[in-house]
Design a protein around this ligand. Structure first.
Ligand code: TYD
Ligand code: MG
Length: 460
């Protein structure tokens, strides 16, 4: 037998090296390469030595036997998954420690088991009594969910292989598992890779849905193994601000659905509650009479969501005024500030600027440009945004207000929530105006049109 060779792997991205080095060439991370025991010693020299089995090939036009998706009964969870659970799929759920991953999965499995499905929850972090206590607090004490407390992959697979395959299995968390044929500590790249691979293979083999919980490192990656992200069918992130009670479940990869859907939850004393109308939640404390606040009519996935954008602009004597952003891209803010300065002469370069998206939501749509600009100009002018008004539109570097997608959905949601007016692009896209009742549409062509709302006598 060949001598076991030492290998080195990057604990961030999983790239493998023959010798140690300070920087991973794959992901550029420093000091992330660690030694691992090679899992396979004496690998076959060539594949021709032993003949494999021929794989059965099917034609694309063969009729498929489509298994229906299973709904968990937690609407927001099913929505983020793209419409329920697909049999045999492997789903990775990442998130900061303490954000509520275990709570979410316990509730989902509890709900699923109450619908008569066979579900197993395996915790490698908590004792069964702890999980039971939590379940009791969540009102799930009577759910026929099977609990296990185990970290050995071999024992877990043996347990799962007994009898009829369950509908769904939760492994909380993948970092606590260990495979006894791999010589490294739990949580290392090789352990996570082997355990992940085995569990995903199990999912495909038995048609069970496997949830893998993964902790996220400080810089926002699912600890170590980005390798897992490639292997699983779906990657969900559970995000939110610990200071806020809102939690957002976001799909970042989904082989069986869109990746732009979000599920919104609220963490309460009785666990996670679904939020069916996020706009109401994000606008709960909105005060339209204050300068520096604008309501953005955004789209998250297929759903319109109204959020409040707050800005504070203050003259500064510092050489480098402060710029602080929460919930939006700071590069995009710099761009909007530059356009407002260059095209409307607002002189924001000499101001401290603070921008905040209320409620802990992160916006990534360019359509928020105009809402951000409104909040900024409103704060600078000390004039509130007109009452009951929503704002949306993209701003180009030339200072034009550009059209955005799904105008109608944005307007409908705004009208539904009692807004009477929309400041929006007046491009061709929004040409079919009169279609939405109850909301006045005010089209803007250039950012200067927006500035004129707040500085009717011109910028001093
Ligand atoms: P948990 O699901 O253990 O987080 P994770 O598995 O992502 O590490 O969530 C723990 C947090 O949730 C904890 O700080 C308390 C809070 N929590 C509530 O506010 N209400 C509840 O009913 C439960 C069960 C937890
Ligand atoms: Mg947990």
């Amino acid at each position: 037998m060949a001598k076991a060779q030492k290998t080195f792997a990057c604990s961030n991205c999983g790239a493998v090296y023959r010798r140690w080095q300070g920087k991973c060439e794959d992901c550029g991370d420093w000091n992330s390469i660690v030694e691992e025991a090679a899992a396979v010693s004496g690998a076959p020299k060539g594949l021709s030595a032993k003949k494999g089995r021929a794989t059965q090939l099917v034609s694309l036009d063969t009729p498929i036997k489509e298994e229906p998706r299973t709904l968990t009964g937690i609407g927001e969870f099913d929505r983020a998954l793209g419409g329920g659970l697909v049999p045999g799929s492997a789903i990775l759920i990442g998130g900061d420690p303490g954000i509520g991953k275990s709570t979410l999965l316990l509730q989902a499995m509890g709900a699923l088991s109450l619908r008569g499905e066979d579900c197993i929850y395996i915790s490698g972090e908590e004792a069964t009594a702890q999980v039971q206590m939590r379940a009791a607090r969540l009102g799930l004490a009577g759910a026929p969910l099977k609990l296990g407390c185990e970290t050995s992959l071999r024992d877990i697979l043996t347990t799962l292989d007994e009898g009829k395959p369950p509908r769904a299995v939760v492994i909380d968390s993948i970092q606590t598992l260990f495979a006894d044929h791999v010589e490294s500590a739990p949580g290392t790249v090789s352990q996570v890779r082997v355990c992940g691979h085995e569990l995903i293979t199990y999912a495909k083999r038995r048609g069970t849905v496997v949830f893998l919980v993964g902790h996220v490192t400080k810089d926002g990656q699912i600890a170590g193994p980005r390798v897992l992200e490639h292997m699983v069918d779906t990657v969900l992130y559970f995000e939110g601000d610990r200071g806020h009670q809102f939690r957002i479940l976001r799909a970042v990869k989904n082989r069986f659905g869109g990746t732009d859907e979000i599920g919104v939850f609220e963490m309460t004393g009785l666990g996670l509650q679904e939020v069916n109308n996020p706009s109401e939640l994000f606008l709960a404390d909105h005060n339209s009479r204050e300068p520096g606040s604008a309501v953005f009519a955004g789209i998250e996935g297929s759903r319109p969501v109204l959020v409040e954008v707050q800005a504070l602009v203050a003259r500064s004597s510092a050489a480098n005024p402060r710029r602080a952003v929460v919930g939006w891209d700071s590069g995009r803010l710099a761009m909007v500030l530059a356009v407002l300065d260059a095209r409307a002469g607002l002189g924001l370069a000499g101001c401290d600027v603070y921008l905040n998206v209320a409620g802990g939501l992160k916006i990534s749509e360019p359509a928020a440009d105009l809402a951000v600009a409104s909040a900024l100009i409103s704060s600078l002018a000390q004039v509130p945004v007109p009452e009951e008004t929503v704002v949306f539109g993209e701003i180009s570097l030339s200072g034009d207000v550009r059209g955005v997608s799904q105008t109608e959905a944005r307007l409908k949601e705004s009208a539904k929530l009692g807004f009477a007016k929309a400041l929006m692009p007046s491009g061709k896209k929004s040409a079919k105006k009169s279609t939405i009742k109850g909301i006045e549409q005010q089209g803007l062509v250039r950012v200067t049109d927006l500035v004129a709302h707040f500085f009717p006598e011109g910028v001093a």
